[in-house]
Design a protein around this ligand. Structure first.
Ligand SMILES: [Zn+2]
Length: 405
């Protein structure tokens, strides 16, 4: 039994890495048995990143490894190598990504335990750090392909991916039955199916690619049942094929320890993006981050916050989860009861006086009501990373219990 990994086969016309793997599997020699298929999300800031930073892998069993390797060699040369150098326009950001540099690896045995996956999901890794496979083909894609094979599956979720017929790929419209989707959302164990606030579907990608839907489950059964219901619904467009992938989505595998910092200042930029300056650098709460950004905007110098997120560069944290550990008491000068004007200090220990009617009082400060303690907050479902684990899943624990080692 061995594992095949594949990455960076995205191009605009050829689709995405999950479909490349599906095609490869469908052409395997008859003597090869197909086991688990995997979709593994990796470090989102990788310099050469594929769309969604996804790599894939599949477990293969055969009595004739020699023939399998001959097949892989020929499949690589004829089908995958040609994708190298293709440039994809990222539809979300309207910017060009790096040219595709596909990679494929083969491990004959179950690979030995290694921390390579953990490095590849939480930091930038280099080619020289990649554990050696029994056979490998291609370029930078070898990094993701190897990480997908070496994923230790400490935490697993599932995604059933359905691909549409080829003539539909150029279209950004996708027909998935609305009422089947509503039923799927109510299956115990599916998640991130619809946005709970807007009821908008979260299962279909935007843009032109082979994927019709990717429906997520906390169990393989939930994902299978959901995909069957969607595919069989009359008003869902024809599906070429679908498969259930084991994934590291919604595991928080990319996050390390929680960060604690004291707020020095908060600057609010366009669309509410907030930059919190702490003694550890600039912590970013982005415009799309909902409650995270709203919480950031209530912070005052001296407040102590705890956060989880990724640091794409030293001294910068992109906040994914946050809470306030301690708020400083906010004080202000009292209002004059008669004029409703803010009273002014008459000097240390001298009390305050109304600037209009000159009324005096000895109590110089009033304390402001503290902001409601919301506990941990996270962005809304459609603004989270694929890797982000919903706060609700921490149950009786909190991110502080879980990420402090
Ligand atoms: Zn007054």
């Amino acid at each position: 039994m061995g594992w095949l990994g594949l990455d960076d086969t995205d191009t605009l016309s050829e689709g995405c890495t999950t479909f490349s793997l599906h095609l490869l599997i469908s052409k395997l020699p008859e003597h090869v048995d197909v086991g688990e298929v995997r979709l593994v999300r990796l470090w989102p800031f990788a310099r050469q990143r594929t769309r969604g930073n996804a790599a894939v892998a599949v477990e293969l069993t055969t009595e004739n490894e020699h023939d399998l390797l001959r097949f892989l060699e020929s499949y690589w040369n004829n089908e995958l190598q040609a994708l190298a150098g293709a440039v994809v326009l990222d539809e979300h950001n309207q910017r060009e990504q790096s040219p595709a540099d596909p990679g494929m690896v083969w491990f004959s045995e179950s690979p030995p335990p290694s921390n390579f996956y953990q490095k590849a999901v939480s930091s930038e890794v280099k080619m020289k750090d990649v554990p050696k496979a029994d056979a490998s083909w291609g370029g930078m894609g070898i990094i993701g392909a190897t990480a997908a094979v070496l994923w230790p599956q400490n935490d697993v979720t599932w995604e059933a991916i359905g691909w549409r017929e080829q003539h539909r790929w150029p279209s950004v419209e996708r027909c998935v039955c609305e009422s089947a989707l509503a039923e799927v959302a109510s299956i115990d164990g599916t998640f991130l199916t619809r946005d709970p606030r807007t009821q908008r579907s979260l299962i279909s990608p935007r843009g032109t690619c082979p994927v019709l839907f990717g429906v997520r489950g906390r169990t393989i059964q939930a994902a299978q049942q959901a995909a069957s219901m969607l595919v069989e619904a009359k008003s869902t467009e024809r599906v070429l094929a679908w498969r259930v992938f084991a994934t590291n989505q919604a595991t928080d595998d990319h996050l390390g320890m929680t960060h604690t910092g004291r707020v020095e200042q908060v600057e609010v930029l366009g669309r509410g993006t907030s930059v919190i300056t702490t003694e550890h650098g600039r912590w970013m709460a982005f415009a799309e981050s909902g409650n995270v950004k709203r919480m950031a905007q209530t912070l005052q110098p001296g407040d102590v916050i705890e956060a989880l997120g990724l640091a794409p560069e030293l001294g910068v944290l992109h906040i994914e989860k946050m809470r306030v550990k301690h708020r400083v008491t906010q004080k202000k000068r009292p209002l004059c009861e008669a004029c409703q004007r803010t009273m002014k200090s008459m000097g240390s220990g001298q009390g305050v006086r109304c600037p209009v009617c000159k009324q005096r009082q000895s109590i110089g400060w009033v304390e402001l009501q503290p902001h409601l303690d919301l506990g941990w907050v996270q962005p809304p479902p459609d603004a989270r990373r694929h890797l982000a684990k919903p706060l609700e899943w921490y149950l009786n624990k909190t991110p502080s219990d879980t990420h402090n080692g």
